[in-house]
Design a protein around this ligand. Sequence first.
Ligand SMILES: Nc1nc2c(c(=O)[nH]1)N[C@H]1C(S)=C(S)[C@@H](COP(=O)(O)O)O[C@H]1N2
Ligand SMILES: [Mo]
Length: 302
Amino acid sequence: MAHRWKNDLTRNDTTPEGLFFNRRKLLTGVAAGTIAAALPRGAFAAGEDLEPNSWEQITGYCNYYEFGTGKDDPAKYAHMLTTDPWTITIDGMVDNPGDYALSDVLSQMTLEERIYRFRCVEAWSMVVPWNGFELADLLTMAGVQDGAKYVAFETVYRPEEMPGTRFPVIEWPYVEGLRLDEAMHPLTIMATGVYDRPIANQNGAPIRLVVPWKYGFKSIKSVVRITLTHTQPPTTWKKANHREYGFYSNVNPNVDHPRWSQATERRIGDGFFAKRQPTLMFNGYESEVASLYEGMDLKANF
Ligand SMILES: Nc1nc2c(c(=O)[nH]1)N[C@H]1C(S)=C(S)[C@@H](COP(=O)(O)O)O[C@H]1N2
Ligand SMILES: [Mo]
């Protein structure tokens, strides 16, 4: 199938599945020996020498705060979330607003596998095979009206199934947003699977956003509402700390996070003492997406 986008990553580049699912433990140095034993040889070369916490300090870890901020909380509690049946409300500036059953949506979408770089803001990266469909197809089905400029996303908020929401660590529900042209770009997908399996609850089941040229936190999980708007919508991390997190959140090695450099990254699976690699502009998708930001000051619009 001919693609309207270029992505030269292949199966050989992908992060081994075991590393994807266990990366929080790897990153935080918990039970390093145990995990190393369960992984293919070579995948975890120098792991056993890891100083606990050293990675935590430099990386932080990716997450699903609705299930808690502890390292193991999402894996422990995300099973509490009921993901079937699932309804997505599409509203705002669309011709066909309404509540869409996910099963109906999926029957109309072309599902594909995409192998993408996925980068956490704190300086580590993976290459992950997501399964999903283009967000543009869903928006086209809803009928975007003239004048719509942004797409707002909202995660399900169910306190009884999400123990982390009892604490006001961030404002609930989790929200994110894209400019309409970013949302319509063929690289932007709604993912329903990973490694050819339905997505795990802790990774955002049954459906989450993936924007491969932006940081991980842009990838809002368990989406229940998509709203077309005229004005730039609020985003969770910008609301929590606007000095550190902006609306755009493009992977940009020239703009450091206030507390750490983003000029280099460590690829999960390369080993803890492997040389850091230079971070690629837009996560390696520069030729695909740079034109979206032509003329913009990306230091001001971080
Ligand atoms: N609803 C919701 N979506 C979320 C988060 C969250 O806490 N809640 N965390 C974000 C962050 S910070 C990251 S790095 C990615 C991590 O996704 P993954 O670990 O499943 O790949 O999810 C993002 N989406
Ligand atoms: Mo993150």
